[in-house]
Design a protein around this ligand. Structure first.
Ligand code: PXG
Length: 465
């Protein structure tokens, strides 16, 4: 396929017509967007022919890697058979049904709770909107309409719709558009590096951070709290991995007050943590599980909510008509691609591979990253990882936010053929789950090289302690 494009022309049309997400439009127009033209395996190419190792799987999506013919074939076949039909008026379609059954089979039962039902959407944001609708309907049907408040966490990301951005705890998003919407509130995140007290160990911190949920519930009044929403690991917030004591304590608290638990697994599901779902990794029992992204490895948009028995039973038995849904709920092409994607994941045993092979190997290699003079802490979980850039490794002093050290590092990464994401002073990765050991070595060498270049630049600027 001819992927040669006139970069200047595309950039000019881009700035003339395309408003990008989370972008300073005027600034991008002066720089010109990088034009990505093709991808294969773990690499992407831009219109200048530069090849980059994509350590972010697109945007936490492409778990099976790029260029999978099976996924294109599944889409082609489904488009020629039934490209679209709605699932509103007592109709259904085969891929949507088969995928729902497959997801119910993959989602592990926790205690007495299982996930037999799926509500489909096209994205993580929409799925979380559906969660808000389902949670509030659930409590209404149980005769507790006063249970409206959903508690999220600061620095969490749950999407960009009104409800998604409200559930999330991104201050920059709340600052625009009068968010959060009413009856959504937040507690702190379990970020030990930032919030641990002097002398406090990670386990004690995890218990303390979970305790913020109980404090908030009591402050609001337990009878007014509908649900708590959290990502197993905060992804967009910078790969914030909670201490092992955190999730069991959260579970104890939600159980004590009977509130629903929503696990937003848009990033953590489909093998990322070495399990099919993130709650499995941490051993907690959600009532609703949000998914999107890697369900199709990002090849086509699809999202949804796994609805646990507790909620499903009430919605089905007592609910009557549920006045909520999307034109593309259960889109046959998206569901067919998801089925083919899951087939690849099963055949190549990608969750097991992350758990037993490439996850531990990444963790081992990340020890070297942690030893770099610019790195204060480096952690992995499954096949995602984060590190924090520090001014002084001994005293763990951080850089002023205004210096944008993460963006400097990201710049070196781009120039050197590595796509790594910067979140403030954290650098993060979530590569395709198909990576070989040799490719992990290649990525680690690139990360170390880019850290060296960043260190040199920061030293030259006189910013080190
Ligand atoms: N929940 C979580 C946990 C997510 O990570 C969403 C919901 C929203 O999904 P949609 O499909 O509506 O985008 C996400 C999305 C980043 C970044 O900068 C992360 C996401 C989206 C955009 C940017 O890391 N995650």
């Amino acid at each position: 396929m001819n992927t040669v494009v006139d970069t200047a022309l595309i950039q000019a049309l881009d700035s003339a017509h395309f408003l990008h997400p989370f972008t300073d439009f005027k600034d991008l127009a002066t720089r010109g967007a990088r034009v990505i033209t093709k991808a294969e395996g773990i690499y992407v190419w831009d219109s200048e022919g530069d090849k980059m190792l994509d350590a972010m799987s697109g945007l936490w999506c492409v778990n099976v890697g790029y260029g999978r013919k099976e996924l294109a074939d599944a889409a082609h076949h489904q488009m020629m058979t039934l490209p679209y039909y709605n699932s509103f008026f007592q109709t259904t379609n085969v891929p949507a049904v088969r995928l729902a059954a497959k997801l119910a089979e993959l989602a592990p039962k926790v205690g007495e709770r299982s996930f037999q039902h799926v509500f489909y959407s096209c994205s993580g944001s929409e799925s979380n909107d559906s969660n808000v609708r389902m949670v509030r309907r659930y409590w209404d049907l149980l005769g507790q309409p006063q249970r409206k408040v959903i508690i999220g966490r600061l620095n969490a990301y749950h999407g960009s719709t009104m409800a998604g951005a409200s559930l999330g705890g991104m201050s920059g998003m709340h600052a625009q558009g009068d968010l959060p919407i009413p009856n959504i509130t937040h507690i702190g995140q379990p970020y030990f590096f930032e919030n641990g007290l002097p002398g406090e160990n990670a386990v004690d911190f995890g218990l303390r951070a979970a305790g913020w949920l109980e404090t908030k519930i009591l402050e609001i009044g337990a009878d007014k709290v509908a649900a708590f929403i959290a990502e197993p690991i905060q992804g967009a917030g910078g790969v914030i991995i909670p201490p092992p004591s955190y999730w069991p304590e959260i579970q104890r608290i939600v159980d004590k007050y009977g509130i629903l638990l929503i696990s937003d697994e848009v990033i953590c599901a489909f093998g990322r943590l070495g399990t099919w779902f993130g709650y499995e990794k941490f051993g907690y029992k959600p009532d609703l599980v949000t998914f999107a992204k890697a369900v199709t490895s990002g090849y086509v948009p699809l999202g949804g909510v796994m609805v646990g028995d507790r909620v499903a039973k009430v919605l089905i038995e007592k609910g009557g008509e549920f006045n909520h849904g999307y034109t593309y709920s259960g889109h046959p092409v998206a569901c067919a691609v998801a089925l083919a994607n899951i087939e690849i994941m099963e055949r190549e045993q990608l969750p097991q591979r992350v758990r037993d092979d490439i996850g531990p190997y990444l963790a081992k290699r990340f020890v070297e990253i942690g030893a770099h003079p610019l790195v204060g802490a480096a952690e992995t979980c499954g096949f995602m990882a984060g590190l924090v850039l520090v001014k002084d490794k001994q005293g763990m002093e951080r850089f002023a936010e205004s210096l944008s050290v993460g963006m400097i590092c990201r710049g070196h990464c781009f120039k050197n053929g590595l796509i790594m994401r910067a979140v403030g002073d954290r650098m993060i990765i979530a590569p395709p789950l198909t990576m070989t050991h040799a490719q992990i070595d290649e990525m680690i060498a690139l990360i170390l090289h880019c850290l060296d270049l960043t260190f040199k630049e920061i030293k030259k600027n006189g910013w080190l302690a």
